[in-house]
Design a protein around this ligand. Structure first.
Ligand SMILES: NC(=O)c1ccc[n+]([C@@H]2O[C@H](COP(=O)([O-])OP(=O)(O)OC[C@H]3O[C@@H](n4cnc5c(N)ncnc54)[C@H](O)[C@@H]3O)[C@@H](O)[C@H]2O)c1
Length: 264
């Protein structure tokens, strides 16, 4: 039986941008492989995203695992292969890396306990930036992505601006954008596009963790002519629009979805 099913893989599928994109892609006809990391208190969020995908008549195959772990990645990719094989074939058309798992300490503090240390800095870069490279390598090797696949990674203005308490994540965003350019270069001949999406401030659980986020939110709202923040759906709708196969020459760049916020 020839495969007609469309598939997306969302890393960070249970909340924020990842959850909104999973829902919007399901509405547009995609089945979703989702990876997320939730403990008991937040697990209902993941279940709700799965239920919403299924309500659109689509499949939701979710894995509650740390994306930065090599063994987890290998197991999940093997399960995806097995699933698509049983379904008669298919490949992943959209990949979204939308992982918020960063250390938010300052670099400089009188007490070393209050400052970021090597382990925390490396964990932040590994999870929020380098994991994009490892997932892409393995998806390409497994032939789960190919001509027509679009890979996106969520970045922020922090890649080129400074905010107190955002140092490790800023560094991860700068590295992530560099990885996007390099992957785009190395994958264009295979017909795979790789881009970063720079979202404006959106009121998600990740934003609420950032020290001083209330002031930043108030400043954005104050300055924005529309008096609103970015919504996860703003990014989701862009990703759905770009599933048009005729859009195949946008790669290696940062697409801003911020209502102009970064110009101010
Ligand atoms: N919220 C904002 O204002 C904003 C703005 C620009 C960019 N971003 C970026 O967008 C991305 C998503 O952020 P969000 O605001 O949607 O966050 P969120 O907290 O709403 O969602 C984060 C998702 O990542 C998953 N996750 C976290 N660590 C994980 C791990 N180790 N393994 C597997 N899954 C893991 C969570 O389970 C959740 O599904 C992040 O990269 C963030 O830096 C956020």
């Amino acid at each position: 039986m020839p495969h007609t099913e469309r598939w997306a893989l969302i890393l960070g599928a249970s909340s924020g941008f990842g959850a909104a994109t999973a829902r919007a892609l399901a509405e547009a006809g995609f089945n979703i492989f989702g990876v997320h990391l939730d403990l008991k208190a937040t697990l209902p969020r993941a279940k709700q995203v799965q239920a919403d995908i299924q309500a659109h008549g689509r499949k939701a195959i979710f894995f509650n695992k740390n994306v930065a772990d090599d063994r987890n990645r290998a197991e999940i990719i093997a399960k995806i292969q097995e699933h698509l094989h049983k379904a008669g074939g298919g490949f992943i058309e959209v990949v979204l890396h939308s992982i918020a798992f960063g250390n938010l300490k300052r670099y400089i503090a009188d007490d070393p306990k209050d400052a970021v240390d090597r382990k925390a800095l490396e964990m932040t870069l590994d999870t929020m930036a380098n994991s994009l490279v490892y997932w892409t390598q393995d998806l390409v090797r497994a032939k789960l992505v190919g001509r027509g696949t679009k890979i996106y990674a969520m970045t922020s203005a922090g890649s080129h601006r400074v905010f107190l308490g955002y140092g490790p994540v800023s560094a991860a965003k700068a590295a992530l954008e560099s990885h996007v350019r390099q992957l785009a270069l190395e994958l264009i001949a295979q017909g795979i596009c790789v881009n970063a999406i720079q979202a404006g401030a959106a009121y998600t659980p990740a934003l609420r963790m950032i020290p001083g986020h209330e002031e930043a939110v108030a400043r954005v709202k104050e300055m924005h002519p529309d008096k609103r923040l970015t919504k996860p759906e703003d990014v989701a709708h862009l990703i759905v629009a770009l599933t048009d196969p005729r859009v195949d020459w946008v790669t290696g760049t940062v697409i801003r979805v911020d209502g102009g916020e970064d110009n101010w």
